[in-house]
Design a protein around this ligand. Structure first.
Ligand code: CA
Length: 233
């Protein structure tokens, strides 16, 4: 059991935050390595090859952004999640091509960090074609084999009809569908239901997947047509 645990390196000089993350990662089955400075982190990376690094921006000595670049150079397919104290830093982190995969603004929920780690690991596995039964659009993921749906790495439970609807949308990102087409695809041609059925189900899915269901950004209403998914910003 021990040999296939995913190794995560946590780099943070504040020991309380480092320990807090460590404990939570351990509990979720990860093997955790800790570093309290960028130098220490780079040293560990030379010896062990973790699959994931959770890296604080504010570190004594070499800062997290520089460490991030060095790590990315050393291990191209490692997952790097940056921790930042300010939401403004995220533009810098994601925009400067430092090679970070994701970021979290402090204070963060450790379970969300873990969800991001899993989502990013899945992305890499998908790219390798190991889990080709997974469809990914932006922050949305559909695991066709396990019949599971995820947003930002967190599972959202869908009914079988909702799952079929999301599959139709994800397989056709940005395409607008009429209610009639949706009924045909999801419910089948022999279904003689009301087109309102589609609206009801779309509303339910929005309630589950939208950050603000009253102002949906994922499943958009296309006036005079029907609905479409805007899975990527
Ligand atoms: Ca720090």
């Amino acid at each position: 059991m021990g040999e296939d645990r995913v190794k995560v390196l946590v780099v943070e000089d504040e020991s309380s935050i480092r320990k807090f993350l460590s404990i939570n990662l351990n509990r979720e089955g990860f093997e955790v390595l800790e570093a309290s400075s960028g130098e220490e982190a780079l040293d560990i990376i030379k010896r062990v090859e973790p699959r994931v690094v959770v890296l604080d921006v504010m570190l004594p000595g070499i800062d997290g952004l520089e460490v991030c670049q060095s790590i990315r150079k050393a291990i191209p397919n490692i997952v790097i999640i940056m921790l930042t104290a300010k939401s403004q830093d995220m533009d810098k982190i994601m925009g400067l091509e430092l090679g970070a995969d994701d970021y979290m603004v402090k204070p963060f929920n450790p379970l969300e960090v873990i969800a991001r780690i899993r989502a990013n690991l899945r992305k890499i596995d998908n790219a390798k074609g190991q889990l080709s039964k997974t469809l990914v659009i932006g922050e949305l993921e559909l695991d066709l084999e396990a019949q599971k749906f995820y947003k930002r790495g967190l599972e959202i439970e869908l009914t079988p009809i909702e799952f079929s609807l999301m599959r139709m949308f994800i397989e056709n990102n940005n395409k607008a569908f009429s209610r009639d087409e949706i009924l045909n695809i999801v419910w089948g041609k022999s279904y003689f239901g009301d087109m309102k059925t589609v609206d009801v189900h779309v509303r339910r899915i929005r309630g589950k997947i939208e950050d603000d269901p009253s102002n949906p950004h994922l499943i958009e209403t296309v006036w005079g047509v029907g609905y479409r998914l805007r899975g990527e910003k």
